[in-house]
Structure formats: structure tokens, C-alpha cells
Write a protein that binds this ligand. Structure first.
Ligand code: AMP
Length: 273
């Protein structure tokens, strides 16, 4: 496995290059994307970069969990060919003070409303990583569904020649979506947090067997259940391409949710159609 501290150290691939961008503190969710990339690409590049421009001033940028030795061992054991560890100078030659891309409306709703500027930072770092790594395809997790929608708009908007692919959310045995931030949670908090995924998975199963009105009633019941054990930011039915709220049965639906357990924010979602 090659460890590239600059993009110039990434060898030119003999075939397709598959790319998995991450912020490190790797877990099985990240590794599932590596395995999906491996199926389609001769060379798999995984980047680790905690991107300052996607964190708000009062967020956890400096505390974000980091463990490079463990990450490198996990990447190697999972068949990553190149781990790319860019410097901030390489990503942001003019400094990381403000993102260069303003992604627009989709970046201002749900997560974007609660974390202003977050998706501008995500779009900017991914565009920059694509320029530096020049992959043929890139893999992202369903867990961050709004990020997926933002990046699809980015790639279409700039006609970036990278094929995007989405991998399913990998969960702990109790249903909690894996996340680097789960390390902030105690065992008791993890157990409380699993109520959210249990409700989402229940609603996903219920959806095809119910009328729209019955379904909305169940969504409302789930909100109450979740709210009784943690702080709920939102639990809504949306169109997964536009991230607009949906008021009638239609295509491309998803249920998205964000909660706070203690001071940790957690995201989850399920696809409905
Ligand atoms: P992060 O390191 O949190 O920025 O995540 C890097 C990539 O891994 C993103 O595309 C995430 O959506 C994806 N990812 C994170 N957690 C999971 C999970 N539990 N299952 C699948 N993909 C995930």
C-alpha cells in the first residue's frame, strides 16, 4: 500500500481509479465503500482529510477523532492501494478561510440550515480532491444522503467527469448507523441512539403496506417516540434528489432524521421508494 502525502505521489492507474474520500477514524462503513470500489476499479485510492471548511466555528473540528496508525492498518487489511493524506496547503492553496463553491438552495435546508456553510465546504473539498486524484469513479455512503444529493448537483453543475456511486448504510448490531462520531457516545447513549434507527427501519417496512395518510400518522408517532428519549432536530419525508419536503406519495422518497444525544449530533435515513 502506498501512502501519498501529495497528489503527485499517487501512481497513474493502469485501469480505472476508484476513490473513497473520508475524514478518517475509519470503520466498517468506510471499508464497505472500499470493497464496492474494488469491484469496479483496478486502483482504489482512499483519502483521509479532516476538512476545516465543512465545520462551523462552534463545531468539533479540533476534537474530531483521529488515529492515523489504526486507519492505515485497516486500509491495508482491506486492500486499499493508495492512502492519500493531503495537506491543507495542497487542498487550499489560498488558505482554508472560506469555501470556493456555493452549492445553493440544497445546501441550505435540513443539515444545511442547522450547519450553515457545511455543504459549501463539502462541495469545495470534494471538487478539489477530484481535481487532485482524477478518479474515474467515487463512492459515498447513503448515511450522508444530503451530501450525496449535493455532490450529484456538484458533478452535474460543473460537468465533472467522475461517476458517483452510493453504498448502503452499514449499521452496528443494534441498528445504530456507524459513524466516526459514535466514539463520543457512552454505551448507554448508543443504546438510546439506536431508537432512531429502529423507528426508521420500522417505518421503511411499514411504508409499502400502508396508505399515505396512515404512513404520515406512523411518522408522527415515531417522532414522538424518538423525542421522548433524545433531542430530535428533524424526521421528515423528502425527495432524495432535491431535499424538499414531500406531501404526497411520489418517486424517490426518503425519510431523513437528525438527533442529538448528549452533545453529539447523529444522522440517519432510509429510502422508501
Ligand atoms: P466521513 O469520514 O464521515 O466523512 O465519511 C466518509 C464516507 O464514508 C462518506 O461517503 C460517508 O457517507 C461514508 N460513511 C460514513 N459512515 C458510513 C456508514 N455507516 N455506512 C456507509 N457509509 C458510511
Amino acid at each position: 500500500m502506498i501512502i501519498a502525502e501529495s497528489a503527485s505521489a499517487i501512481p497513474i492507474s493502469n485501469g480505472k481509479c476508484g476513490f473513497v474520500p473520508t475524514m478518517g477514524f475509519l470503520h466498517e462503513g468506510h471499508m464497505s465503500l472500499v470493497h464496492l470500489a474494488r469491484e469496479k476499479a483496478e486502483q482504489v485510492v482512499l483519502s483521509i482529510y479532516v476538512n476545516p471548511t465543512q465545520f462551523g466555528p462552534n463545531e468539533d473540528y479540533s476534537q474530531y477523532p483521529r488515529d492515523l496508525d489504526r486507519d492505515l492498518a485497516l486500509a491495508e487489511a482491506n486492500g486499499v492501494d493508495v492512502v492519500y493524506l493531503p495537506s491543507t496547503e495542497e487542498i487550499y492553496p489560498h488558505g482554508p478561510n472560506s469555501p470556493l463553491i456555493h452549492i445553493g438552495e440544497i445546501g441550505t435546508v435540513f443539515e444545511g440550515r442547522i450547519r450553515p456553510g457545511h455543504f459549501d465546504g463539502v462541495a469545495t473539498v470534494v471538487a478539489r480532491l477530484f481535481e487532485l486524484v482524477k478518479p474515474d469513479g467515487a463512492w459515498f455512503g447513503q448515511k450522508d444522503l444530503q451530501q450525496w444529493a449535493v455532490l450529484n448537483q456538484l458533478v452535474k453543475g460543473f460537468a465533472i467527469p467522475v461517476t458517483l456511486a452510493m453504498g448502503p448504510t452499514i449499521r452496528e448490531s443494534n441498528g445504530l448507523a456507524m459513524s466516526s462520531r459514535n466514539t463520543y457516545l457512552s454505551e448507554a447513549q448508543k443504546s438510546i441512539a439506536s431508537t432512531l434507527s429502529q423507528q426508521l427501519l420500522r417505518l421503511q417496512t411499514y411504508f409499502p403496506n400502508s396508505s399515505w395518510d396512515q404512513f404520515l400518522q406512523e411518522v408522527s408517532d415515531s417522532r414522538n417516540i424518538v423525542q421522548s428519549v433524545m433531542d430530535l432536530d428533524y424526521l421528515d419525508v423528502i425527495n432524495r434528489n432535491t431535499f424538499t419536503k414531500v406531501y404526497e406519495d411520489s418517486e424517490d422518497l426518503a425519510l431523513i432524521a437528525a438527533v442529538r444525544v448528549g452533545s453529539t449530533r447523529l444522522l440517519d435515513n432510509v429510502l422508501l421508494s
